[in-house]
Design a protein around this ligand. Sequence first.
Ligand code: ZN
Length: 379
Amino acid sequence: MNGRDWQIGRILGIPIKVHVSWFLVFGFVTWSLSTGYLPETVPGLSIPRYWFMGGVAALLLFGSVLLHELGHSYVALRYRIPIEQITLFIFGGVAQMNREPPGPRAEFLIAIAGPIVSFVLGGLLFGLAAAAHAKPGLVALGSLLGFVNLNLGLFNLIPGFPLDGGRVLRAGLWAWSGDFYQATRHASVAGQGFGVLFALFGAVLVIGAALGSMPGPLAANGGWIVLIGLFLFAVARGSRRQAALRASLAKMVVGDLMVRDVVTVSPDLSVEEAVSQLFLRHGYGGFPVCEDGHVIGMVTIRDVQPPPQSLWPSRRVRDIMQPWSNAMEVTPDTPAITALEQMLREGQSRLAVVQDGLLVGLVTRSGISRFLQLRGLQR
Ligand code: ZN
């Protein structure tokens, strides 16, 4: 969705963005309210008045979706989970969280907060509509938006990940099994199942309308339901695959993934020799620097580049290497996922694997992603 989002402001410090596809919804909702629902429920007003009311209703609809997402975000922020942004797009809204919830309880409360906001809003709007019986315009808008919020809450409670109900299901499975990735996989399978059901149900409406056995307007609704079903299926499948990959990585330790025949470099080699004998010959991006069997640093292509080529014969590897630090090493028992996080955090592409003070291997970012790719191709 990047690059096509338009930031409209910030709430609770979170950037609020609108995707181009949302304008389609805005236009469609305004049009259908102004030419259909409003003239039918509140007859006798001028055409500009209907369009104005339709536009206001579409904006309030937008506000309803936003408040739902803010409900999730507020609880997430209380658990110190940063929210990257809230984006509104053709199928609703997404509050993009930068971290997984710390536990099932947090997951449950963050998930349920959105539908609770929608139900409370729905109740308030129905109350407003009941209180404003003397003003038919307000009654029409209040009951319409009340109905929309009620449905927003109900639809999101469908127990298929990544819908809110699916997150509640994941929280329950997570609490029960203690396995976050397995819970994500199972809740995502439920999401895929509901996606298929939706698509089939929508298709039945479209076909029924085409054959004349159901009213014509159902065809448009049916088409919309098919799209929502396919979207849900695709997102749920993506979540399931990602959880499976992360789970397989979580079970691996560095010792399973590391390169064992490590090419090391002596600190007294000149940069010119290092380039011709190591970088060009082996094609790796970096090498541990070893002296008397101990690792004293790491030299990478990035370190070779700054000195001009004319200085390469006189400079030593020792002069350009990154001196040793704990952030550069892991042990063979370190979980692979921890090693990957360490590389991302420290901006390293490779870590030395050290056991009892001796270099036993090298684990690289590209090695881990190759492993993930191979696993990805197998399923
Ligand atoms: Zn939600």
